[in-house]
Design a protein around this ligand. Structure first.
Ligand SMILES: Cc1cc2nc3c(=O)[nH]c(=O)nc-3n(C[C@H](O)[C@H](O)[C@H](O)COP(=O)(O)OP(=O)(O)OC[C@H]3O[C@@H](n4cnc5c(N)ncnc54)[C@H](O)[C@@H]3O)c2cc1C
Length: 364
């Protein structure tokens, strides 16, 4: 059994904690913010559970499977339907009453026909433009991309509750600034001694902390990782301007709008909850371009806003990822979607958290 400090209580850190504790390690999680969940959290405002941009989970991916396994009561979830996903300028992926077109679209997606609007749209929807991922493309086709009526905060809460039950301490308001040998140094001057450390505090946070361990090695390895940025607009409306469509996607603009209430009517919202995202391109003006996209696709949305949350620049994903055990000689392992795995987004966070926890046995 090792004394393990996990830095960061996002999906990667929570996953690492769950797997490390179940392997018998003594685990402490340190989180700089006041609440857990990182980018995968949501906040309840005026009856709407607002996220950092649209969040769809893969029912067959490691993140949801972990939430499901740890839950006594199954989360109520609902998946997106192909007949309700509209490819802007072309129509639904599975047009109702047009079997021939529906079959052609499916064929083009399965054959990964480059330039085909349906394939390109599914590709974007499955990864938000981060990287092509076979598993998630299949999940769109099999209607496995889902939302929960608890929002992501509910799923994250299930992970937090599972850790609480087994006595894992998650200390919030604890910002880690450095690592010196086996000591984790906090901003308030406290020091925590341990046998192993899992850094799960996002790529920026990890880079800053690792610079205090080995600056050259950190810079050499982090320089290659490619980051995809996004802008997002989450908005609670008193009307239903999407008229039953669950999603509108425009692959040429790298943009999509989701209506959570059309996917999961049990959210109990009278109007609608739209979540729009645009990724890639230049950061300048992307939020404005996303707003224009909303204006064009969902006319009149601005007149019915109850509440909204906007992000002009947020990291959505990574490519050219690195190995989780690069710093293992310092008894440090890494977790997050910027670490090599077969998954993307929250699934990569969950999977690499598990990978780091399992890697502890190599250090102890
Ligand atoms: C706009 C957007 C849309 C997305 N859509 C989807 C989607 O549809 N489907 C999907 O599966 N995924 C989606 N994702 C991805 C998913 O949200 C992330 O992959 C996942 O939340 C990353 O988890 P993480 O734990 O690696 O990092 P983070 O969530 O960034 O967590 C890191 C944690 O570490 C803490 N921390 C940082 N520095 C320190 C420090 N020095 N000391 C202590 N704590 C620290 C932070 O406060 C944070 O809580 C989306 C992300 C974005 C931004």
């Amino acid at each position: 059994m090792a004394r393990v400090v996990i830095i960061g209580a996002g999906i990667a850190g929570l996953s690492a904690a769950i797997h490390a504790v179940s392997d018998g390690h003594h685990v402490v999680v340190l989180e700089k913010k006041s609440k857990i969940g990182g980018r995968g959290t949501s906040q309840n405002v005026d009856g709407f559970s607002l996220h950092y941009g649209p969040h769809l989970f893969d029912k067959s991916g490691p993140f949801y499977k972990m939430c499901r396994k740890l839950s006594r009561i199954k989360p109520a979830i609902k998946s997106m339907r192909l007949d309700k996903i509209e490819v802007a300028g072309f129509g639904p992926i599975r047009p109702v009453g047009n079997i021939k077109q529906a079959a052609l679209n499916k064929q083009a997606i399965r054959a990964k026909q480059l330039g085909n609007p349906y394939f390109e749209s599914v590709k974007f929807l499955s990864s938000w433009g981060v990287d092509e991922n076979e598993g998630r493309i299949k999940s769109v086709l099999k209607s496995k991309l889902s939302v929960s009526n608890e929002g992501w905060i509910g799923l994250i809460g299930r992970l937090g509750a599972a850790l609480d039950e087994v006595g894992v301490l998650i200390e919030t308001h604890c910002e880690v600034t450095a690592i010196k040998g086996q000591q984790v140094i906090l901003k308030d001057g406290r020091q925590v001694e341990c046998d192993a450390i899992i850094l799960a505090c996002g790529i920026g946070g990890t880079r800053r902390i690792l610079q205090t361990v080995d600056e050259n090695m950190t810079e050499n390895n982090f320089a290659n990782v490619k980051t995809t940025f996004a802008s997002s607009i989450e908005v609670g409306l008193s009307s239903k301007p999407m008229a039953g469509k669950q999603c509108i996607v425009d692959y040429e603009k790298n943009a999509a709008i989701i209506d959570y209430t059309a996917i999961q009517p049990r959210l109990g919202i009278v109007g609608s909850h739209l979540s729009a995202i645009m990724t890639g391109g230049t950061d300048e003006g992307r939020l404005e371009r996303l707003e224009s996209f909303l204006d064009k696709q969902v006319s009149g949305w601005k007149k019915h806003i109850v509440t909204d949350l906007r992000q002009s620049k947020i990291v959505v994903g990574y490519s050219n990822c690195m190995d989780y055990d690069l710093f293992s000689k310092h008894r440090i392992l890494l977790a997050g979607p910027w670490i090599k795995s077969n998954y993307l987004l929250s699934d990569a966070a969950a999977e690499t958290g598990k990978q780091a926890a399992k890697g502890l046995k190599l250090l102890t």
